[in-house]
Write a protein that binds this ligand. Sequence first.
Ligand code: SF4
Length: 282
Amino acid sequence: MELDARQRAMLEEMGIRVWTPIESMSEDALAFAESAPVPVPGPLGSDTRLGSGGPTLPTQTRSVPTPVPAEAKSSVYAEPASRALPADIAAMGWDDLETAVAGCQACGLCKSRKNTVFGVGHRQARWLIVGEAPGENEDLQGEPFVGQAGKLLDNMLKVLGRSRTSDDEAQSVYIANVLKCRPPGNRNPAPEEVLQCEPYLRRQVALLQPRIILAMGRFAVQSLLQHSVPDVATLPLGRLRGQVHRYEGVPVVVSYHPAYLLRTPQDKAKAWEDLCLAQSLM
Ligand code: SF4
């Protein structure tokens, strides 16, 4: 993908070096480089809760776990579903689906959430970005990918001319998580919780009909590719990058979670390659 000086400056500012030679910056590019925020790892919470997918991380574990209080473990740790999912999810429109999620009590996560995190962006966007589960900030704000990890994602998308706030469906993205409620204590999602919540994401994909799905992080990848990639749960995320997978017929590109990239900046260039692959499929 050809990049102009401004795009290269934006990537440089994020710590992403591309192979094309850096030419002298335009005034615009210099202004951006001076004003853009520098992503730094934040406190434990939404940015560090997940971020799975690095090649050195052990499978199914988080590198910086936050202790779960004993009372939280006993009350909400992968507690069985208290109520069934609505039977008609597959027939719901956007508004009914969002209302159903807001009132969902189909797994124990409903007891500790402050807000459900349904998704954000244009509902006819061509790009769907799927993350894993809400962290602390997402739970508080009811929006996926906020905080420093969200800023990094937004900045990378900006280089491609895409934004979660764009009114133009060709330039917008829709962002959703596999889980709509925050696992308490920043623990990993339990398999039964992912299974229980999956119909909501599947319906979002059916309504959105994206042209490309970008799966960010281990749990997003495992959830989306569980039926198409044998042993996906045991494969390092890096082994799944650089290929085009499928979910419900939609091309899927695998990448690292932005929170992981904040801790492992040397892999930002790989994430940029993943975005370029997704862009090339458009
Ligand atoms: S995580 Fe999903 S299935 Fe569980 S309560 Fe929230 S919306 Fe319902």
